[in-house]
Design a protein around this ligand. Structure first.
Ligand code: GDP
Length: 193
């Protein structure tokens, strides 16, 4: 599939380094350690596409990946990496905002939340931001394999109640592959495949 064709294009530390905005883009957001890199790797079927939290170097930047047929996946910095000072966190938040405000070609946001710790302040901020720019959001409650089925359903309902119609919500696991087809279908829909 087209998701599997993802290839790294460039990393940007500021707006001036973003690629031209002529291709539709799907952005991935989430708190640091939520499981965003693992989700990206699983969805593209590429073990090393996005670096995981253990190597925070590239994760401070916005990483652009191109798909065959002319579209992009965009990995926004994981917010709140514990070991950095507040000033650096502030810089990342500004970088994320500068991307979201500046991209007319942004067609959807995949918002990653650890199913055990959803809807933290950063998540609510992101959802407000997406609403302000009128961008569709789909939430992946990842690491679902860490909870029993009943707990998974409870967490999904909790998040669904919190976001209402503002976003899609689904269970996901990069570990087991649960929810991969559903998430790919949402992205395919946004990109008009
Ligand atoms: P990121 O900081 O959001 O990119 O998070 P990572 O993808 O690096 O994942 C953070 C940690 O959670 C790593 O130790 C992963 O192995 C683990 N992890 C990520 N996704 C899953 C999942 O679906 N299931 C389980 N059990 N662990 C996961």
């Amino acid at each position: 599939g087209l998701m599997q064709s993802a290839q790294f294009v460039l990393s940007a530390a500021r707006k001036g380094q973003f690629p031209a905005d002529e291709l539709p883009e799907v952005a991935f957001v989430g708190r640091s350690n939520a499981g965003k890199s693992s989700a990206l790797n699983r969805l593209t079927g590429q073990r090393n596409l996005a670096r995981t939290s253990k190597t925070p170097g590239r994760t401070q930047l916005i990483n652009f990946f191109e798909l065959d047929g002319g579209s992009r996946l965009v990995d926004l910095p994981g917010y709140g990496y514990a070991k950095v000072p507040p000033a650096v966190k502030e810089k990342w938040a500004r970088l994320i905002e500068s991307y979201l405000q500046a991209r007319p070609n942004l067609v959807g946001i995949i918002h990653i939340m650890d199913i055990r710790h959803p809807m933290k302040p950063f998540d609510e901020q992101m959802l407000e931001f997406a609403a302000a720019i009128d961008c569709p959001v789909h939430i992946l409650l990842t690491k679902a394999d860490k909870l029993k089925r009943g707990q998974q359903g409870k967490q999904r309902q909790l998040v669904r109640n919190a976001v209402g119609d503002a976003a899609g919500v689904q269970l996901f696991s990069a570990e087991s592959g649960q929810g991969v087809d559903e998430a790919r279908a949402v992205i395919a829909g946004w990109l008009g495949w």
